[in-house]
Design a protein around this ligand. Structure first.
Ligand SMILES: *Cc1c(COP(=O)(O)O)cnc(C)c1O
Length: 379
């Protein structure tokens, strides 16, 4: 087995930066020289460029992906007591903002193959109090949006796509046409956290809509409920994307498709190495979406996943558990409506998943070392 001299990371942000160093450094310097730190021209330019890339009418930049979800829910006028259906298997932010706004999170299970919202479970969870559904495009591919939008229309519900992990993915309609992930629902949200597929060098977020009235409302809420300075029509928040982050993101947006392709290539390498292994399940691809591999997540059967992780750590290979605890078993989200065993797929996933390093700078030699090390443990 080969040895690797360079430190292996889940995400290699330094390697990625080195390739575009001059462009990034110039972008940052130009904002500093302009001193337009807040809502400067870079923010407006990034907004317009992301609108064009996504093919969506309105992009509203904000401070982070969690705020994007919260402001979208505020703009939809959701009120305390309203029920919002979302996936149990997700990063906590999705449910957190539902709770923060006094809305009732209604958790549903996911599909065992794609880890996205189970449509039948959503159907069963709809009550007269349901107002919205929040599908999560987990690990980089879309939930079954066409079915969800149809269901939402039948029941007069809003749909907010949590697209923090799938920016750049393409959703494929059943008629064969494509649209970008995050642009099908009433709102789509994303995060520019550094390790996300389109990551800044600090916090950042945005949300999108094709609806003019919703965009206007959301823009106002993002800016203290104000469209005319010092006049406040709504109780809003202060949530802005920094000009420096916008300038960095403008550079990185130009590389997003290349970054997605690099992640897909790395995923294909892993797929091949673990294909048909009786104890390892490689990530299933949705028929309705491309996969941009924010994470490459394996499911291990009859393997001590935690011991495997330790084995990898001793070899200098990081591996992460996304996510170790289902929402309904988290202290903050315990609810008498739910008990252990209620979400068999999510619970099984939390006990058996492990995500391997995936980023834009992986080479075959490093990946071979990683896959050999996994297979050395998982006989
Ligand atoms: C990262 C992430 C968020 C939150 O984004 P922040 O910018 O960290 O607030 C929300 N939902 C999902 C699924 C995420 O992965």
């Amino acid at each position: 087995m080969t040895t690797i001299t360079r430190k292996i990371q889940m995400v290699d942000l330094a390697g990625q930066y080195n390739k575009i160093k001059t462009e990034i450094d110039n972008a940052i310097a130009s904002v500093i020289h302009s001193t337009a730190f807040i809502n400067g021209p870079e923010v407006k330019a990034f907004q317009a460029e992301l609108e064009k890339y996504l093919g969506v009418k309105h992009v509203i930049p904000c401070a982070n992906g969690t705020d994007a979800l919260q402001i979208a829910m505020m703009a939809l006028g959701l009120k305390p007591g309203d029920e919002v259906i979302t996936a149990n298997f997700t990063f906590v932010a999705t449910a957190e903002v539902i709770g923060l706004l006094g809305l009732t999170p209604v958790l549903v299970d996911v599909y065992p193959g794609t880890y996205t919202l189970n449509i039948d479970a959503v159907k069963k969870a709809i009550t007269p109090k349901t107002k919205a559904i929040v599908p999560v495009h987990l690990f980089g591919q879309c939930a079954e949006m066409e079915e969800l939008m149809k269901l939402a229309k039948e029941h007069n519900l809003y749909v907010i796509e949590d697209n923090a992990q799938a920016i750049g993915a393409d959703y494929k309609y059943s008629n064969g046409t494509f649209t970008k992930a995050g642009t099908l629902g009433h709102f789509g949200t994303t995060s520019f956290f550094p390790s996300k597929n389109l990551g800044g060098y600090g916090d950042g977020g945005a949300f999108f809509t094709n609806d003019d009235a919703l965009a206007k409302k959301a823009r106002s809420i993002t800016n203290h409920g104000s469209t005319v300075q010092y006049y406040h029509d709504d109780i809003g928040v202060n949530s802005r994307l920094d000009s420096i982050q916008a300038a960095i993101l403008r550079v990185k947006l130009r590389y997003l498709d290349e970054y997605c392709a690099a992640r897909q290539k790395a995923a294909a390498f892993y797929d091949k190495a673990f294909a048909n292994h009786p104890k390892i399940k490689t990530p299933e691809r949705s028929k309705q979406s491309t996969h941009v591999f924010h994470q490459y997540t394996l499911v291990f059967n009859n393997v001590d996943r935690n011991k495997l992780r330790e084995h990898l750590t001793t070899k200098g290979i990081p591996a992460m558990i996304y996510y170790p605890v289902p929402l309904h078993l988290q202290k903050a989200y315990r609810d008498p409506r739910y008990k252990e065993g209620d979400f068999p797929v999510t619970e099984a996933l939390c006990a058996s998943v492990l995500s391997l390093p995936i980023h834009t700078e992986l080479d075959d030699e490093t990946q071979k070392f990683i896959t050999d090390s996994v297979l050395e443990f998982v006989k």
